[in-house]
Design a protein around this ligand. Structure first.
Ligand SMILES: Nc1nc2c(ncn2[C@@H]2O[C@H](COP(=O)(O)OP(=O)(O)OP(=O)(O)O)[C@@H](O)[C@H]2O)c(=O)[nH]1
Ligand SMILES: [Zn+2]
Length: 208
């Protein structure tokens, strides 16, 4: 019988040292072929540190893959520095980072994201570029992320995000969000318009 969550494979957690600290990394495979990662902060004592304090819900970030920003350090968006900041915070205070590899381009994929970039170069903002391609503003599905979070034994969490819609999506899937913790970075000239659109048209809590 197929697993109703769609989860088909889970790796052993393995230790991965990074510039931001040591993490326990675990891969999850789903029936649709997608594979994602969970990184749990591992402090020097060697025990996975999901919770920062006994009575506090754990800090969790769901980071949507952004090959341009996460891998190549593109300045068009804030994903790369957000990822680094999240890992640094988790190395310091504990937490779990879920890395969603089928969320590229807010779920529209890499080809469509680069098409949307071309439209942005022609004057559209990030939201209208998606819409003018006939695609949703945000096509991400958080079901698999929630399966992974629940597999890690987490039901209540503090969500590291600037996007309240992400918290709403997770609550609809049965998680309790006790707090939104900002993952804000300092804007640069190259991403200022993009970030302003997220603030002004997509409800992101950005304070610049
Ligand atoms: N379609 C599209 N996707 C983009 C664009 N810029 C970045 N992305 C993607 O957006 C995703 C991240 O979503 P964001 O809207 O930046 O932020 P968020 O995940 O909703 O919120 P945070 O938790 O605060 O990061 C990544 O998958 C990026 O690849 C763009 O101009 N168009
Ligand atoms: Zn990005």
């Amino acid at each position: 019988m197929t697993n109703p969550t769609g989860l088909t494979q889970t790796s052993e957690p393995v230790t991965v040292p990074t510039p931001h600290g040591v993490f326990l990394m675990q891969a999850f495979g789903f029936a649709d072929g997608s594979e994602h990662l969970a990184l749990t902060a591992l402090p020097t004592e060697g025990q996975p540190q999901i919770r920062s304090q006994a009575n506090q819900a754990p800090l969790v970030r769901i980071h949507s893959e952004c090959a341009t920003g996460d891998i190549f350090g593109s300045y068009r968006c804030d994903c790369g520095p957000q990822l680094e900041q999240a890992l640094e915070m988790m190395a310091e205070q504990g937490g779990v980072l879920i890395y969603m590899r089928n969320h590229e381009g807010r779920g529209i994929g890499l080809v469509n994201k680069l098409r949307a970039y071309a439209l942005q170069d022609a004057g559209l903002d990030t939201l209208d570029a998606n819409l003018s391609l006939g695609l949703p503003a945000d096509a991400r599905d958080y079901t698999q992320a929630v399966v992974m979070i629940k597999e890690l034994g987490i039901r209540q969490l503090r969500l590291l995000t600037n996007n309240p819609a992400k918290a709403e999506a997770l609550e609809e899937l049965g998680l309790t969000i006790t707090e939104l913790v900002p993952d804000e970075i300092t804007p640069r000239a190259e991403n200022a318009r993009y970030l302003a659109t997220k603030r002004d048209r997509m409800r992101h809590r950005l304070t610049f």
